[in-house]
Structure formats: C-alpha cells, structure tokens
Design a protein around this ligand. Structure first.
Ligand code: ACO
Length: 335
C-alpha cells in the first residue's frame, strides 16, 4: 500500500479531533468536507457559523453539517481560555485585556483549544503566513518535554527505491529553525526519529550530516555536528544515530564502508539531519527537483501537540493529506 494510503487508513482508526482555524477559506472547507466524508478525523471549523453554512451550501459541501463550528467571537469557553492565556503568559506581561483581543483570532483560539484538551491537532496556513501560524503555537502549546525547539521534517519518496526504506527517507530540519546550537540539533534528531516512527512506521537510522566524515575535516561547524550526535545519544541511548557523516557516506553503502567502517548507519541511513536550515531547505528542494522525489511536508515536530503549517499555494488534497498526517502525529506524539 502507498505510504499516504497507509497514513489515511491509520487516521481512520484514531478518532482524533482536528481544528481548522481558517474555516471560511475555500480549499480548507473543501478539504474538511472530504476529511469528514472519508472519516479521517472529527473536524472543528473556526469561523462565523452563518458564513461557513452559506459557503458550504454554495459549494455543495454536504458533510460540513457534521463539523463542529466554533464562532471565534461568541463561544461558551471564551472567558476560560482568556484566563488560561493570562496564566500561561503572565511572566511575558500578557494582560487580560490583550488576551481578550487575541482569543478572537482563530489562530490563537485553535491553540487554546488544543492546550485545553478540546482538540488534538491543528492544520492551518492556507491563508496565513508561517510565522502567524507558528507564533501562537510556540507561545501556548509549547514543545514536548525535553525538547526546546520546533523543526520541520519532510518525508521524501525517492524514485530510486534502493535508498532509505524502499525509497522512503525523512529529512530535517528543512523548514523552521535557522541556526540550531549543538543541543538544539540533537533535539531535532530525536524529534525526527519520533516522526519517522509515528508517521512513516519505520525504525529510524539517523545520519547527522556535515561536510566531514569522522574527522576528515576540522572546523567549528563540524564540531557542532559531532557534539550534537553525542548529546542525542545521551538523550536517547536506544536511537540508531551516527555522525558526523558526509551525505555520500550516509547513503551509499560502498562509500559508507570505506569512509566510516564499523558504523551501523553509514551507507544505510533513512533519516538525514542537516546542520542548519540553509542546507536542509536547499537539500530537500534539490532532491525534489533534480531527482524527482515526492516531498511530503513540512511536518512540524517537537511541539507538545501536532500543529502543521500549509503552504499558501496548497491544494485541497494537500490539506486532506496533512489532516491525516496530523491525526497520525496526535496518535503517536509521545511514543
Ligand atoms: N521552536 C520553539 N519555539 C520557538 C522557535 C522554535 N523553532 N522559534 C521561536 N520560538 C519561540 C521563542 O522562544 C518565543 O517564545 P516566547 O515568546 O515564549 O519567548 C516565540 O517563539 C517567538 O519567538 P521569536 O524569536 O519572536 O520568533 P519569530 O516569531 O520571530 O520567528 C519563525 C519564528 C517564524 C519560525 C522564524 O524562526 C522563521 O522565520 N523561521 C524560518 C521559516 C522559514 O522561512 N522557513 C523556510 C520556508 S518553509 C519551506 O520552504 C517548506
């Protein structure tokens, strides 16, 4: 079965509640209609109930009447969420008056619903920029215990099935954190291992990439990757991880054997962790364009609950797929 089909089949077993804060956005509403029809999740739409009902009628989206619709201006939990916002951000100076304004913004309301246990995950970004989707999530949902940094992974489906697990690999961070420290890079590796288990369903073999393999070059940029590998091993001794490795040593068996003999990862990696966002973002786009790989993501990882950011150029099916992925993350986030 294709990976995306597996992800959807698994989502159907989970009964998770996914909130879509851009409830009046056309592609989002059409995707919600499909997700409800395919029983991928219980869908919560944020937006004016009258507008959502009118739009659903106009576009003949008959499943929308099964969604829970939350009016961001008038709903029964508004005061409760405002109190929680003030409690969580009082050290940052958030006043009740400011919180009362912010809670009417669907991107804030959705994160407060998640924080309060009223939703399991969120998909947004068809209408809003990355920073606007992520900031409320960083502030109120925060990161998983032991993780301080959120990052973005891509599932890369290669044409050449000899790489990774039958052509499936995971790359990170390709989307969020520009210049991680060694500890943050270790956290990104741990989080990517969790994503690989939870979403792809395979055991991660993680290569920490650099321009050096096992001391072939010396530079402070290499030192960061060596240190991150050591920290990641200490954080999770069960993790199969090695570094620093060059990309060819990580994925080509003969080169792995000659440059990093004895490594259980070299030549066999299915997860590539890049030293910074420049290399990660460039690499995934080059592999996608030059090697014709399918890139699924970014899947945001390290957050205490799954919140995923769409590209503003996304299609209806991209949103449906991301809803299914978010359900899978919600089911496996603490494993
Ligand atoms: N993980 C966890 N928390 C974070 C992270 C992170 N990666 N980054 C910022 N935060 C937290 C901060 O600690 C701060 O928390 P606090 O208010 O409790 O102190 C809060 O978020 C706001 O921090 P800022 O520094 O103000 O973050 P800002 O909102 O300016 O930026 C952003 C965050 C938007 C993610 C920024 O790092 C960014 O622009 N990253 C690059 C995104 C990008 O352009 N990606 C490439 C394109 S995507 C693609 O091609 C698929």
């Amino acid at each position: 079965m294709e990976l995306l089909e597996k992800i959807k089949q698994n989502a159907k077993q989970q009964n998770k509640r996914i909130v879509l804060p851009e409830g009046t956005e056309e592609r989002t509403l059409k995707a919600a209609n499909i997700a409800i029809g395919e029983k991928l999740a219980e869908i919560i739409l944020i937006g004016s109930p009258e507008t959502i009902k009118e739009l659903a009628q106009k576009w003949e989206l008959e499943n929308i009447n099964k969604a829970l619709i939350i009016d961001p201006i008038n709903h029964s939990k508004k005061a409760q969420y405002v109190d929680l916002m003030v409690e969580l951000r009082k050290a940052k100076g958030l006043t009740k008056s400011n919180a009362s304004k912010l809670i009417e913004d669907p991107l804030y309301l959705s994160t407060l619903m998640i924080k309060s246990g009223d939703a399991d995950g969120e998909v947004a970004g068809a209408r809003n920029a990355t920073g606007d989707v992520l900031r409320p999530a960083f502030q109120f949902v925060k990161t998983l215990p032991g993780i301080s940094v959120v990052s973005g992974a891509f599932i890369m489906i290669m044409k050449d099935k000899s790489f990774g697990n039958e052509g499936i690999m995971v790359f990170a961070d390709c989307a969020v954190h520009p210049n991680p420290t060694d500890r943050e890079l270790a956290e990104i590796a741990i989080a990517t291992g969790k994503t690989t288990r939870a979403i792809v369903g395979i055991e991660p073999r993680i290569a920490m990439l650099s321009f050096s393999t096992k001391g072939s070059a010396s530079h402070e940029m290499v030192d960061k990757v060596v240190s991150a590998t050591k920290i990641a091993r200490e954080m999770d001794p069960s993790l199969k991880i090695d570094g620093e490795l060059q990309a060819d040593a990580a994925i080509i068996e003969s080169i792995g054997l000659s440059k990093a003999p004895g490594s259980e990862i070299a030549g066999k990696a299915n997860v590539l962790v890049f030293p910074d966002l420049q290399s990660g973002n460039i690499a995934y786009k080059l592999v996608q364009r030059l090697a014709g790989a399918e890139a699924i993501g970014p899947i945001l990882q390290g957050m205490a609950a799954p919140i995923n950011d769409l590209s503003r150029g996304c299609s209806v099916s991209d949103i449906v797929n991301l809803i299914a992925i978010t359900v899978n993350q919600a089911a496996g986030i603490n494993k």
